[in-house]
Write a protein that binds this ligand. Structure first.
Ligand code: ZN
Length: 265
């Protein structure tokens, strides 16, 4: 029943290769959902600004309308004072009414100035509104594009990810619980998620430090599981990895474009 060290290493190596593929697929997908959610945040921000500016414009419009009504009222007052002035008896009464008329005239001037101020403010708000709406529209177009791209890539990768997850399940079943935990512990500590590294030209394929000759032959002997002295990754020799000149798995991440070329038939 005892599983040989060589078999254990082979199973761990297999699991590592499946995880490498899954990590690569997730890395490719990883950027897009983030870009989509950034754009959604941007759009929400611009929509809030557009609404706010529109509210400001509406309230300025109301102010203008109110001032116009006030001007009409003062104009009616002035008309009334003029009628009274035409039928006045004494000069004291004349002066009093004339004073009222003058005040109403000043009120109209002041209201007209206010209206000019409001109109200027409305104009500048409208300019800001136009540029904000343009930014909003361009973000919306970007979002539509990115969402379509994301859906497409997800569809393309979905099948592959499902297959890899199944492979992973099967590969994990063959591995002793203790090694499985160790594998994950090492993997979590590595930026590139590589816990099982091949020997590449006499060095650790994970951290590239030289492996002493004695350790190298111990690894080749498969009498026990041996880790890299420097990074702690589990070492596998060429016999297990099947890799002579190994360019480190995670070093060459496929770009999104490359990914799509390789997944498309
Ligand atoms: Zn190492």
């Amino acid at each position: 029943m005892d599983v040989t060290v060589e078999k254990k290493l082979q199973d761990l190596w297999k699991l590592q290769q499946i995880d490498n593929k899954l990590d690569n697929l997730k890395a490719v997908l990883g950027e897009l959902p983030m870009e989509v959610s950034d754009l959604e945040d941007d759009i929400a921000g611009f929509e809030t600004r557009v609404n706010h500016i529109q509210e400001e414009i509406t309230s300025l419009d109301t102010e203008v309308a109110n001032k116009k009504l006030a001007i009409k009222d003062f104009q009616r007052l002035i008309d009334k004072y003029e009628d009274q002035l035409n039928n006045i008896k004494n000069s004291r009464e004349f002066e009093a009414i004339d004073k009222e008329k003058e005040i109403a005239g000043l009120e109209i001037l002041s209201a007209e100035k206010k209206i000019r101020d409001y109109v200027k403010q409305i104009e500048s708000r409208n300019e800001v509104l136009t540029t904000t709406k343009a930014s909003l529209d361009s973000r919306k177009a970007d979002l539509e594009f990115k969402k379509a791209e994301l859906t497409e890539i997800e569809k393309e990768n979905e099948e592959e990810i499902q297959k890899l997850n199944k492979d992973r399940e099967n590969a994990a079943k063959k591995i002793d619980e203790r090694y499985f935990r160790a594998y994950h512990r090492i993997r979590e500590n590595m930026k590139n998620g590589v816990a099982v590294a091949p020997i590449v030209r006499g060095s650790c394929g994970g951290c590239f430090s030289k492996i002493p000759p004695q350790r190298h032959s111990d690894i080749r002997a498969h009498y026990k599981i041996i880790d890299c002295e420097h990074c702690g990754r589990i070492m596998v020799d060429q016999h297990v990895s099947g890799i002579a000149a190994f360019a480190e798995a995670k070093e060459e991440k496929p770009t999104r474009r490359k990914m799509r070329l390789t997944t498309a038939k």
